[in-house]
Write a protein that binds this ligand. Structure first.
Ligand SMILES: Nc1ncnc2c1ncn2[C@@H]1O[C@H](COP(=O)(O)OP(=O)(O)OP(=O)(O)O)[C@@H](O)[C@H]1O
Ligand SMILES: [Mg+2]
Length: 278
């Protein structure tokens, strides 16, 4: 009797799993049968050329897009195709093109994220009863902690649009963390940052992981990815080309050919230089 095909289980364990996700836009297949699994305490990197489908994959994980086929689950339970409900279930994200409320202060932007977690009903908010005042005070105190955690305390009362670009990216991370996620998805968190800001962001992501939030990060800066992540996925033209440890991925000839565009020893040299002079 022929053996039954092995079930296609994603390699990571069961915090967040995607199984056979395909996303078709008219004639364009932006994602083709992509599976992955994120474990508790893990940092996964998602790399690939422009247009590979990285952001589309985040959009499928967060309910912004309904995949043409395939499914996404958190701790084994399928996720609803509704971004607000997905946030509620514990997945937060930042956007490739920053989406802050520009005319609100840094503090107010984080409070917006915090309100997702507030238990008070609309009537209590309307009447501003004692329960409302208590939870509002808690929200403000947690917001202050988060602003300090991302290094933005000094900008608390500043309008988001006046913050330097790199700080706006950090503010978006603080707002995402305010929803108390178990999974944080970061879409190009160091785009536009200098080397020092990039290193600060790397340390910030380690700190987020150490506090118990698992992270998936999209980034074009491969040095950043290889020195940050436990596991790296390479997406090319909507397909998962390679998945493995940073060492496995950066030495894989298919990755070098399809994406990194440099011979393995040269990539190796760049990585070591980055590790020695972060
Ligand atoms: N809503 C949409 N409608 C039609 N096509 C889309 C839509 N969203 C994405 N695409 C297409 O899907 C493909 C993948 O896009 P995506 O933004 O996911 O790539 P990416 O890997 O994030 O690229 P980049 O590194 O440039 O951000 C592209 O060809 C893009 O034009
Ligand atoms: Mg993108």
């Amino acid at each position: 009797m022929p053996e039954a095909p092995a079930p296609r289980t994603p390699s990571g364990a069961g915090l967040l799993t995607a199984s056979g996700v395909t996303m078709q836009f008219g004639g364009l297949r932006a994602l083709n049968d992509v599976s992955f699994g994120l474990s508790e305490g893990e940092i996964i990197g998602l790399i690939g050329p422009n247009g590979a489908g990285k952001t589309t994959f985040f959009n499928c994980l967060t309910g912004l897009y309904a995949p043409t086929s395939g499914s996404v689950a958190l701790r084994g339970t399928p996720l609803p195709q509704d971004p607000a409900k997905v946030t509620d279930r514990g997945i937060a994200r930042t956007f490739q093109n920053i989406r802050l409320f520009p005319s609100m202060t840094a503090e107010e932007n984080v409070l917006v994220g915090r309100h997702v977690r507030m238990k008070q009903g609309p009537l209590s908010s309307l009447l501003h009863g004692p329960g409302f005042k208590r939870s509002e005070a808690e929200a403000r105190s947690r917001t202050a902690e988060l602003l300090e955690f991302v290094g933005l305390t000094r900008f608390s009362g500043e309008l988001a649009r006046n913050l330097p670009y790199g700080d706006q990216r950090r503010l978006e991370i603080a707002r995402a963390l305010a929803t108390e996620p178990s999974v944080l998805l970061l879409d190009e968190p160091t785009a536009g940052m200098n080397a020092q800001e990039t290193e600060a962001t790397r340390q910030l992501i380690f700190g987020i992981r150490d506090l118990g939030t698992s992270v998936v990060v999209i980034e074009h800066d491969t040095k950043f990815i290889f020195t940050l992540c436990d596991r790296v996925l390479v997406l090319v033209q909507g397909e998962l080309l390679v998945e493995g440890s940073p060492d496995e991925v950066r030495g894989d000839p298919r990755v070098v050919e399809a994406y990194l565009g440099a011979p393995p020893d040269e990539v190796e040299h760049q990585i070591h230089a980055a590790e020695e002079n972060p």
